[in-house]
Ligand binder design. Structure first.
Ligand code: ATP
Length: 365
């Protein structure tokens, strides 16, 4: 069909279970593309990751970078392998390089209870959990990545960086998201998570937050210290709407958040900048289960839906957003209907069976 919009997607399956869950995401994307129509996905796999580094000397080869530069979006599995490391002992993590390369400052980590899905808390309100944690992803403590100092084997230093420019964009993104969610019935609230009572960098972060909050009078702004936030994420997670925080705090709290609603196999994510975005499950390569067909593809499928939503909004293609809803609905129906249950939720269904269950729901809908 000539009037269909084509999206070029650079697919980086990576290593370990990244490869397995990406294959599941591609199957489901092809299914919704065929079902909804109105847009086309050009999905092309490219090499990158720890094994690529071992085999070619490069974790992100130039041809892969060029493909990522050209693409409308990047879909990533997971990268890294414990025994394959850089000379300084750090893990191979080209996914972090992509965040810096494209200025992907907003790490978007939705945390939503799936009806029929696993919940860590027995509280009756646990099923209401529905918030988005936004992790700044280009600075904070991670700005020191590759630049830390070791002084005479006596002292080591890593320096945190918070800039006004990135913080303003980050907070505007968070408030914009809260505004959109408010139109869908969410409370319209942004919670800043920091440690402004101790560190100058965080006091500055909070000052910029307060300035930007004033521009969004329809959205409530609250501030929490990170330690109190960790407590409240366990004690009253259903009261959060949008949380926004520094890179390292976000790294930690987003895993805690994932733990509330089933663990890493359920944790979708997107790293979003002004012009580019990478969509990937928040989990790593899970070498302990890689190659066994046991990986839960839910996080990868929900990340693929986030990609469709982002493309839909940027290119004004409603059909892509419709396809995203179909994926979410099918995944939800699999859990709600007890049609399949992955190993990490106490079930017996591997990647293939979970993917087939989602494809069957799509066929039914
Ligand atoms: P990274 O440091 O890159 O986050 P990691 O290996 O420390 O990676 P993850 O790979 O994120 O940690 O996951 C930790 C454990 O959770 C895995 O070892 C695995 O047992 C489990 N896990 C993670 N993702 C999944 C998944 N999609 N399905 C099933 N189990 C998973």
């Amino acid at each position: 069909m000539t009037n269909e919009v084509a999206f070029e997607v650079c697919v980086l399956p990576g290593d370990g279970i990244g490869v397995e869950v990406t294959e599941a995401a591609l199957e489901v994307l092809r299914a919704v593309e065929a079902k909804v129509g109105g847009f086309r996905l050009q999905l092309t796999n490219h090499p990158a990751g720890a094994f690529c580094h071992r085999d070619t000397g490069e974790a992100l080869p130039a041809a892969t970078q060029a493909a990522a530069d050209r693409a409308d979006a990047i879909l990533l599995g997971a990268m890294g392998q414990p025994e394959i490391r850089n000379a300084d002992g750090t893990e191979i993590a080209p996914q972090l390089d992509l965040r810096f390369r494209y200025g992907l400052y907003a790490g978007v980590r939705p945390c939503r209870a799936l009806s029929g899905g696993p919940l860590a808390l027995r509280h009756p309100r646990a099923a209401e959990i529905d918030f988005v944690l936004i992790r700044e992803s280009t600075e904070g403590l991670f700005a020191s990545r590759g630049k830390g100092e070791l002084i005479d084997d006596r002292e080591a230093r890593d320096t945190q960086v918070i800039t006004r420019a990135t913080s303003e964009r980050l907070f505007d993104f968070a408030f914009g998201l809260a505004e959109r969610r408010k139109t869908q019935g969410r409370p319209g609230k942004v919670t800043l998570v920091d440690k402004a009572n101790v560190f100058r960098s965080f006091a500055f972060f909070r000052k910029v937050f307060d300035e930007r909050a004033a521009r969004f009078p329809g959205i409530a702004a609250e501030r929490l210290y990170v330690d109190a936030c960790a407590l409240d994420l366990v004690r009253r997670p259903w009261e959060f709407d949008v949380l926004v925080t520094e890179n390292m705090f976000g790294d930690i709290l987003s895993d805690l958040a994932a733990g509330l609603v089933g663990g890493m196999g359920f944790a979708a994510s997107a790293d979003i900048g002004d012009a580019n975005a990478v969509f990937q499950p928040a989990h790593g390569t899970a070498p302990d289960i890689a190659g066994q067909g046991k990986a839960n593809p839910t996080a990868a499928l929900l990340s693929a839906a986030m990609m469709l939503d982002w493309l839909a909004e940027r290119k004004n293609v409603a059909a892509a957003a419709q396809a995203a809803r179909l994926i979410e609905k099918a995944v939800g129906a699999v859990f709600a209907g007890g049609r399949a249950r992955p190993f990490d939720a106490g079930g017996r269904d591997g990647t293939r069976a979970m993917t087939d269950a989602v494809l069957a729901e799509l066929g039914r809908g």
